[in-house]
Design a protein around this ligand. Structure first.
Ligand SMILES: [Zn+2]
Length: 418
């Protein structure tokens, strides 16, 4: 089947994407172009990995593009910007949430579970920074730069960061939601706002555990997540001096468990009943891991096998008391997925760091549509695509084929039908 047609067939049949897109509203009072046409144009643009609105305007001239959107005219870049400012953000969020919920219903997240637990990783990402353009949602910082004469100058830099909630499985990556970090705000606060909304939109039982890096290992954050009903596994850094010293002392008296997983030899120590800095936390648990594995390195033109090792410490909250140290180890390592997979892919191929229109609502809407396109492309290719599963193609090649297949416009039909 024509690749872009195949994608839409899947997205409509399995996720009802066509009618979900129709449900997204904007607040224009006199709309000359229907909102659904703009929504489909933006979604197609993100799917075809187009960064700038001006380029998307050019794409909208293609017959295949017009055939799919059912709109036989150009969609100008200023209109895209105008509508993006006026979208109802929650409508786009619901599309993302409902698509992900359908994925879970279809058992698409089964392979991502660890001992029956679905683990959500949280991580912040700086989307872009700028020295000149500024909106009311820009965070700002002072930075020092040297001019051509070596004289140091200080100036204000504006930037946008968001916290992402993400599930990384062996089969595919899924981004559940994202939340902007407001000016002057702590990352943890934005993360709690994100989790609170996810609890409302996905429900408290969609996932069971949250895994975070050392930045979040703070009493108020951990307590708030426990109160929302989820367990937490967080990285413990050396700065948490007291609990680390206690854990090291008790490590000598604790039996070590050994296992081999992911080609690593792992030694684990499960140390319970430790006091955390904040008393309200009660007793906490620390899992210490020493890992060894072999890796190939190119030295002077030849491949050499070298031994690597790493040391990890995680803190696990009481909700996970019934699970062994190996489960905490697996959960702790799930956080790698965010940096290694989703952000990497989004930055390299979806222009994540490009801001199509600098406006608080437009920035958020564009990110939500980008994440929706990223997720659906992942599901289509990795869960549904035979060529991908037998390792006979790459994601980039499939995206290229999808783009080329737009030229066979006579094979395409408006996405709204059926
Ligand atoms: Zn801004």
């Amino acid at each position: 089947m024509n690749p872009i047609k195949g994608f839409w067939h899947y997205a409509k049949k399995v996720y009802g994407l066509h009618w979900r897109l129709k449900g997204v509203r904007d607040d224009r009072t006199q709309a000359k172009i229907p909102t659904e046409v703009v929504s489909a144009t933006l979604f197609l643009g993100m799917l075809l990995r187009i960064g700038a609105f001006l380029q998307l305007e050019q794409e909208s001239k293609r017959w295949g593009f017009q055939r799919l959107t059912g709109y036989a005219q150009i969609v100008h870049d200023d209109l895209l910007a105008y509508v993006c400012e006026r979208y109802r953000v929650e409508d786009w969020r619901w599309v993302l949430v409902d698509v992900n919920r359908q994925l879970k219903k279809n058992k698409g997240l089964e392979s991502a579970m660890i001992n029956g637990l679905l683990v959500v990783a949280l991580d912040a990402n700086e989307q872009f920074h700028s020295d000149k353009r500024c909106c009311e949602a820009c965070s700002q910082r002072r930075i020092k730069v040297k001019d051509s004469k070596g004289v140091e100058h200080e100036h204000i830099q504006y930037y946008h960061r968001q916290v992402y909630a993400h599930i990384q499985g062996p089969d595919c990556s899924v981004i559940l939601d994202l939340e902007p970090i407001r000016p002057g705000e702590d990352e943890c606060r934005a993360a709690l706002r994100l989790l609170g909304r996810m609890r409302r939109m996905y429900g408290p039982r969609f996932f069971q555990v949250v895994t975070v890096d050392a930045w979040y290992t703070k009493g108020p954050f951990l307590l708030a997540v426990e109160k929302m009903g989820w367990g937490v596994v967080s990285v413990l850094k050396q700065e948490k001096y007291h609990i680390n010293t206690m854990a090291s002392l008790l490590q000598r008296r604790t039996a070590c468990q050994e296992l081999v997983e992911a080609k690593r030899q792992i030694k684990l120590w499960d140390i319970r009943h430790l006091d955390f800095t904040e008393e309200a936390m009660g007793k906490v648990r620390v899992v210490i891991a020493d890992e060894k594995w072999e890796q190939n390195h190119r030295v002077g033109g030849t491949l050499q096998r070298q031994e690597e090792q790493s040391h990890w410490r995680w803190m696990a909250t009481r909700k996970l008391d019934g699970y062994g140290a190996a489960v905490v180890w697996r959960i702790g390592h799930r956080r790698w997925g965010v940096e290694n997979d989703a952000f990497n892919e989004l930055t390299q191929h979806y222009h994540l760091t490009h801001c199509a229109h600098h406006h608080p609502v437009a920035i958020l809407v564009c990110l939500l549509i980008k994440v929706l396109a990223f997720n659906l492309f992942e599901f289509y290719v990795k869960l549904n695509g035979k060529l991908w599963r037998v390792g006979r193609t790459t994601l980039r090649e499939i995206a290229r084929q999808m783009d080329l297949s737009m030229e066979q416009w006579e094979q395409l039909e408006p996405i709204w039908s059926g």
